[in-house]
Design a protein around this ligand. Structure first.
Ligand code: CA
Length: 235
């Protein structure tokens, strides 16, 4: 159902595939999004600065430049949310896109519901500056995290986490709904000197899942984003 809260949100779509532009042209406006279209990186950059949209949807493979270059140039002057539209075989570029400041991604072909959920999450983050971005108690289904008291509950029962596990979880809570890259987790949880130690994340994520997931092999909360990082699921 179209949502009243998304009225007048302006979206700049930078995408050279006519089919995807046509799809979004028909699906987004009924939800209250006003869509602007650019078919090249150059046009996208020009429109981004001219229109200052609320959110950008960006294809990574553009005719005149890589989408990553577009992200780099936009991040030089703006923190507006950027959602990457990526092909399935673009793992490496996708990670690069996150390191340059992309907010999230959807993999083609994507459904409109998935895209709308990503857009809502990205816009929510954009509207609330870091620091007061989260409520003192955050609840995600049977998982509840009390940031004030530093307590974690699963189905009402307190779960005891080590300091690293707790930091890992609260980092994902801070970016709830969004992908957090391995690199970002290493930086936020272990510090900038450890950003090459990818195995830290895997080891602690396994421990954390064992403590908070009903079935750690089929995680409902801490979802793996293959080749990119992890996401705390909110919907
Ligand atoms: Ca393309």
């Amino acid at each position: 159902m179209p949502s009243a809260t998304t009225h007048d949100v302006t979206v700049l779509l930078i995408e050279d595939e006519a089919e995807i532009r046509r799809f979004l042209r028909t699906t987004l406006p009924p939800y209250g999004y006003r869509l602007y279209e650019a078919t090249s990186g150059g046009d996208g950059l020009a429109q981004a600065s001219a229109r200052n949209p609320d959110i950008i949807l960006l294809d990574l493979g553009l005719p005149d430049m890589n989408g990553t270059t577009v992200i780099e140039k936009i991040r030089a002057w703006s923190t507006l949310p950027i959602i990457v539209l990526s092909a399935r075989d673009q793992e490496q570029v996708k990670v690069q896109a996150f390191d340059l400041g992309a907010d999230d991604y959807v993999t083609k072909p994507f459904g409109v519901e998935e895209l709308l959920a990503r857009m809502r999450a990205a816009l929510r983050h954009a509207n609330r500056p870091m620091g007061d971005a989260v409520e003192p108690v955050c609840t995600f289904g049977d998982l509840s995290v009390d940031l004030g008291r530093r307590q974690v509950f699963v189905s009402g029962t307190e779960v005891h986490l080590t300091p690293i596990e707790y930091k890992l979880l609260t980092t994902l809570v801070r970016y709830a709904g969004k992908v957090v890259t391995h690199r970002q987790l290493l930086k936020d949880v272990w510090g900038p000197l450890h950003i090459e130690e990818g195995h830290y994340v895997r080891v602690y994520m396994r421990q954390l899942r064992n403590k908070i997931e009903a079935d750690p092999a089929q995680p409902r909360h801490l979802v793996t984003e293959l080749g990119v990082g992890y996401r705390l699921r909110t919907e």
